[in-house]
Every structure is written in structure tokens, then in C-alpha cells.
Design a protein around this ligand. Structure first.
Ligand SMILES: O=C(O)[C@H](O)[C@@H](O)[C@H](O)[C@H](O)COP(=O)(O)O
Length: 241
């Protein structure tokens, strides 16, 4: 792996403040350049304080377009819903036009149908044809202790899907929807938000380029990535952390 671009913060609060500033800077640049900001959200726990902090941001919300990089296959009002969390923490409290917020569909009996549906949403929104990949201005990602990111879990079929934008992920038999590796790698900017000592082992393999990439799927993310780590995650992994 090329030398990763890493910033270490003393705690979640400091990481969140820096992430808020970074997201708003990316939004300002994208809006200045192209009149819109296309952002894909991460799920899990780490980004929730970031989403809560964005409620107070002073930014042209009417030019933001929100997507999700992955979703558990549950209804929006289910406690596990990534979209449900982001709506409660942030999106219900800011004036982004509702037709510019695109939760992943989870009502189809067959998750593959839902994946295809979301893929069409991306193609229509970005105005791209089959075989083309949209270039998100920013994709937020977390990482699990097993090195998964989005819903790209170790040794699952989703890791090898190279000709689609969206595919069906699998966590212990539970269906997920997820961005594919090539879609993520096409982003202008990727920002990983990783906290907790239980991430050290995976980070060591990912930054060290060791072990089977399919055992640590975040290694497959070779695009323009910046890593925000808290001290607990960076301990013993990053020099002088
Ligand atoms: O749907 C999800 O669960 C997330 O998208 C997942 O990829 C998450 O980012 C990691 O599991 C890290 O989660 P934490 O931030 O809670 O450690």
C-alpha cells in the first residue's frame, strides 16, 4: 500500500471536530467547482457525532446530495438502519431537499432487486451509462475490527464484484446492500473514520500491506483515502501515535 494519509486525534470529540471541518471544506470546494456536493455516508456508531455536529453547519444545504455507502437490510425505522440513524441525528434537522437524499431501498423481498434499484438511482442521478462509475465528491467509511468497510465483509462474494456499482453484502448470513470496491475507489475523496483499540490489528495489516486482502477488505480501498484515527486505534500502529 502506498504510504497512507493518516491523522491521529486524542479522542472521538477531536476526530469529530476535524471530520466536520473536512467535510465542510470538501462541500465548499465541490459546490464552488460544480454547483453540488455528492456525499455517501457511513453507518455504524463512529460517524453519529459527526452527523449530529453537522446540524449547526452554515452551508448551502440545497446543493448537497446524500447517499449511503451501505445499509442493513431493514426498514428505515428499524434501530439498525444506517439511514434511520442519519435522519434522526442530522438529516431531519437541515433543509436538504428530500429528493436529494437517497436512502438505500430495503423493502424488496430480494436484496438483489434493491441493489439493482439503487444502482439505477445512481446512474440517473449522476447521468452515467452502463460500465461507467460515478465519481462521488466524498465517501465516508468506517472499519470494523475484522477490517470490513461499508458492507464488504471478509471472504464474501461482494469483494470480487467489479462490474457493478451496488451489490449485496453478507454479514453472518444477514443481507446488506453495499457500494462495490471499484465504486468506492472512483471517489474524488474517501475519508475513513476509525476509533477504538479493537481496530489496531486490522489497521496493522492494512497499513502494513500484510495478510490476505480478502481477510481485511479495507485493504481493497486503494483510492484517494484519508484516515482519521483516534489514539486508541492508532496505538502501536502509527509511529509516534
Ligand atoms: O453498516 C455498518 O455497520 C457500517 O457501514 C460499517 O461498515 C461500519 O462503518 C463499521 O462496522 C465500523 O462501525 P463502528 O464505527 O461502529 O465501529
Amino acid at each position: 500500500m502506498a504510504t497512507p494519509n493518516i491523522r491521529v486525534f486524542p479522542d472521538l470529540a477531536a476526530l469529530t471536530a476535524a471530520a466536520k471541518q473536512f467535510v465542510l471544506e470538501q462541500a465548499t470546494g465541490a459546490i464552488a467547482q460544480g454547483g453540488q456536493f455528492t456525499l455517501a455516508l457511513a453507518g455504524g456508531n463512529t460517524p453519529k457525532p459527526l452527523y449530529e455536529s453537522l446540524v449547526s453547519a452554515d452551508t448551502p444545504w440545497s446543493q448537497w446530495h446524500i447517499f449511503w455507502g451501505d445499509e442493513r437490510y431493514v426498514p428505515l425505522d428499524h434501530p439498525d438502519s444506517n439511514a434511520g440513524m442519519a435522519f434522526q441525528a442530522w438529516l431531519n434537522h437541515v433543509p436538504i431537499p428530500k429528493n436529494q437524499i437517497h436512502p438505500m431501498p430495503t423493502a424488496d423481498a430480494d436484496p438483489q432487486t434493491a441493489a439493482d434499484r439503487y444502482e439505477q438511482t445512481l446512474r440517473q442521478t449522476f447521468g452515467i451509462r452502463e460500465g461507467e462509475f460515478p465519481r462521488f465528491d466524498l465517501i465516508l467509511l468506517g472499519m470494523g475490527p475484522d477490517g470490513h468497510t461499508a458492507s464488504l465483509f471478509p471472504h464474501t462474494a461482494a469483494l470480487t464484484v467489479g462490474d457493478r456499482l451496488i451489490t449485496v453484502g453478507n454479514k453472518d448470513g444477514q443481507a446488506r446492500l453495499t457500494f462495490t470496491v471499484p465504486l468506492i475507489n472512483h471517489a474524488r475523496q474517501i475519508l475513513f473514520l476509525v476509533t477504538g483499540a479493537n481496530k489496531q490489528t486490522a489497521l496493522r495489516h492494512i497499513f502494513g500491506g500484510t495478510g490476505d486482502p480478502h481477510l481485511y477488505p479495507a485493504r481493497l480501498i486503494t483510492g484517494n483515502a484519508l484516515w482519521f484515527l483516534d489514539q486508541a486505534a492508532a496505538e502501536g500502529v502509527v509511529q509516534n501515535a
